[in-house]
Design a protein around this ligand. Structure first.
Ligand SMILES: NC(=O)c1ccc[n+]([C@@H]2O[C@H](COP(=O)([O-])OP(=O)(O)OC[C@H]3O[C@@H](n4cnc5c(N)ncnc54)[C@H](O)[C@@H]3O)[C@@H](O)[C@H]2O)c1
Length: 350
């Protein structure tokens, strides 16, 4: 199974290391194939660390692989995924799938029609903290989920360890904190609570980068009757690289995810008043029992390819998150009007 990479930056490096850690390489006969990045130094550094071979073009990578990771600027994803799908190559594409919901939906339709195994970088679906919190919220003892609050903040990612500035260019990134970063949160709302029927949102732009909002507040109505709120912020406090807090109110249980997105702690209180908490390795072990396979997104992707079966989260899951994001932007453009979330929503219909 020849695995190639398009893009050799931050997230490509993460996936390459994560695949190595997963232990699935030998099991699935993974061969580290080509990598292409227009920045030759990045490509060379990535190849030296990972065992991939630097290629002169994206076509050279695609002509020499069976599986490809698309880890480039968001605006490049649709074109590169289309090339991969045309060759029948299995594809892992980073989130967001595209800078527009229409393009994201087309990508989801294309991978479905071709039958290639597809997975998207909505990696929080395999976060022990979120997997376990979801389990707690779904236990009958908790009662129904009534309300959920998410807060997500980080310093604007055109500085510090990001070492690239494309997230300040709307042609490459599409928009700001909601699309680029909090599409993870939107996906977690769906994962933990359920489908979203209606939203409204407000946004602000303190950094005054054209088209790159740095604050969004949104409210959500879920099909199951629950309601939710999201605050997402890109600030300049370099001491806060990426932090989230989630509070889930069920009829008879209160759950919080604090600290680390991955290792918690997850804390919950039931009607008896006793506070329970789980974090770190214990949390990871408890969460892993709740999923098929492991919580490593890259190991599970190549295992799915090797077995000829679908993987998750797939492009359809991402397209659903894009529809909610687009409805929120439509609301913000109209000063916070209520917007229905539905299939086929595009910018022009918003
Ligand atoms: N899942 C996550 O949690 C997560 C985290 C970070 C980034 N991302 C996503 O991953 C993607 C890349 O982000 P990053 O942080 O790695 O950025 P980055 O700047 O570190 O790396 C992107 C690389 O893509 C290269 N590139 C641009 N156009 C290319 C092309 N046509 N062919 C090949 N390479 C090309 C750039 O030269 C750069 O080296 C973005 O879509 C981003 O939203 C996801």
């Amino acid at each position: 199974m020849r695995v190639g990479f398009l893009g050799a930056g931050l997230i490509a490096t993460y996936h390459s290391k994560s695949l190595r850690r997963s232990g699935a390489e030998q099991e699935c006969g993974v061969v580290r194939a080509g990598v292409y990045d227009p920045d030759p130094q990045r490509a060379a550094a990535f190849a030296a660390a990972s065992g991939h071979t630097v290629c002169a073009s994206e076509d050279d990578v695609l002509d020499g692989c069976d599986v490809v990771y698309v880890c480039t600027w968001t605006s490049e994803h649709p074109r590169q995924v289309a090339k991969a799908v045309a060759r029948g190559i299995h594809v892992f594409c980073e989130k967001p799938l595209a800078i527009s919901v229409l393009a994201a939906e087309e990508m989801a339709a294309a991978v479905a029609a071709s039958g290639v195994t597809n997975q998207v970088g909505l990696v929080m679906r395999r976060s022990p903290a979120y997997v376990y919190a979801r389990h707690l919220a779904m236990e009958p003892a908790a009662g129904r989920i009534m309300a959920v609050m998410f807060r997500d903040d980080q310093f604007i990612p055109i500085q510090g360890h990001y070492s690239s500035t494309w997230r300040g260019n709307k042609d490459l990134v599409g928009a700001g904190t909601l699309l680029e970063h909090s599409i993870h949160d939107i996906d977690m709302f769906r994962f933990v609570v359920g489908d979203v029927s209606r939203v409204s949102a407000h946004q602000a732009n303190f950094h005054e980068l054209d088209g790159i909002e740095d604050v969004v507040s949104a409210t959500l109505s879920f099909e199951n009757g629950a309601v939710g709120t999201l605050i997402t912020v890109w600030h300049d406090n370099l001491a806060r690289p990426s932090l989230r807090r989630a509070e889930i109110f069920c009829e008879r249980r209160f759950i919080t995810i604090e600290g680390d997105d991955w290792f918690g702690p997850v804390v919950w209180t039931d009607t008896d008043g006793a506070e329970h908490s789980v974090e770190g390795e214990a949390l990871a072990a408890a969460a892993e029992k709740l999923v098929d396979g492991t919580l490593n997104p890259d190991g599970e992707f190549v295992r799915a390819v090797a077995a000829g079966r679908p993987s998750w989260p797939d492009f359809d899951t991402a397209a659903a998150a894009h529809r909610i994001v687009e409805a929120m932007y439509a609301s913000a453009r109209e000063g916070g009007s209520a917007q229905l979330v539905g299939p086929g929503r595009t910018s022009s219909s918003a």
